[in-house]
Design a protein around this ligand. Structure first.
Ligand code: 13P
Length: 336
């Protein structure tokens, strides 16, 4: 796969007014989302929910790519069309989450490292065969009294860079996601500092592993006060802090940056993205790769009546996609 092909895929993922939907929750995580709305965590229910999302009429107008769990990449719609084909038919690129989750970092209580490098080359080859054209790996950085440690940042950056290099070798665009968690009572300045050092460490590691930035997408967390911080921030403050942090740590050659929602309300996730894009020009397109902020309202409606509420759930999902698409243009009208 040439760098031109990878760059083309990366650019398609961040095309103007388009963003990514993340529905790559592991069966256990989706089970937690289901439990909150009273749905049993069975394979049938997981497949049925994925079908509601992926067959939403008109989704391709706002969505460039969908990040799937491996389970979903191997599944099909009720009519027997593989989900990868369903997406291709809608003009949406299929992607796959390939990390195998976070594990305690030995010697560093409370910190984690994301695993999944063993056998990754073969898994990427297979994912490509099944139709995936991009991948995701999520590292988790937690802000605490004495965390994150430099060791945690380095270990996660190294794994992200090894993953990214393997993706490019196998023809998939890597989305690199170092999520600085919102959990905690830290202030926005601490989040800024930790995000900046995390991103600097990540781009150093990517450079050392000869990852081609032109064929890489960053999935970033926004610079926010912790969810338990007494002093919450205005929308413009979040937008300005996030932009300054990204400008200071992310190379301009990167084709684009997409954000995770990370536990923000649907409205905040959209408002923050919109505010950032109203401050354009920026070196890169800024768009979304939301999981909860795309799906949670629709899931709630579907859960009430899985057999009868698919259409209503899809309408709500499409409304969220439209709102976030407008925010990616800095033109959100406050609806959805
Ligand atoms: P949230 O938008 O729900 O944070 O999920 C995005 C994601 O894919 C995290 O890896």
């Amino acid at each position: 796969m040439s760098i031109e092909d990878l760059a083309q895929t990366a650019q398609a993922l961040v095309a103007a007014g388009k963003g990514i939907i993340a529905l790559d929750e592991s069966p256990a995580t989706l089970g937690k989302r289901f439990e909150a709305v009273g749905v049993a965590n069975s394979g049938d229910n997981r497949r049925a929910w994925r079908e509601v999302v992926l067959t939403t009429p008109g989704l391709g107008e706002y969505i460039s790519g969908a990040i799937l769990h491996e389970e979903t990449l191997r599944q099909s719609s009720a009519d027997g069309v593989s989900f990868a084909q369903v997406l291709a038919g809608a003009g949406i690129l299929p992607g796959i989450k390939v990390d195998t989750g976070t594990h305690p970092l030995a010697g560093f209580p409370g910190e984690t490292v994301t695993e999944g490098l063993d056998g990754l080359r073969g898994r990427l080859k297979e994912a490509y065969r099944l139709g995936a054209r991009f991948a995701k790996w999520r590292a988790v950085i937690r802000i605490g009294e004495d965390t994150p440690s430099g060791t945690c940042i380095d270990a996660n950056a190294h794994a992200l860079a090894r993953y990214a290099a393997l993706c490019q070798e196998q023809g998939l665009v890597p989305i690199v996601e170092p999520e600085v968690l919102m959990d905690g009572d830290h202030d926005i300045e601490s989040c800024y500092e930790v995000t900046e050092i995390t991103l600097r460490g990540l781009f150093d590691a990517l450079y050392n592993q000869q990852v081609m930035f032109e064929g890489t997408i960053l999935k970033a967390s926004m610079v926010l006060p912790g969810s338990d911080c007494a002093e919450q921030a205005e929308v413009d403050e979040v937008a300005e802090a996030t932009l300054m942090c990204l400008r200071s740590a992310v190379p301009a050659i990167l084709p684009g940056i997409v954000f995770l929602s990370g536990g923000q309300s649907d409205e905040d996730a959209t408002a923050h993205l919109d505010a950032m894009n109203r401050l354009r020009p920026h070196p890169w397109p800024l768009s979304f790769s939301y999981g909860r902020a795309m799906q949670q309202a629709a899931l709630k409606v579907w859960a009430g009546n899985p057999a009868g509420q698919a259409g209503k759930a899809q309408e709500i999902l499409l409304g969220r996609a439209r709102a976030n698409s407008l925010a990616a243009l800095g033109e959100w009208d406050g609806q959805g």
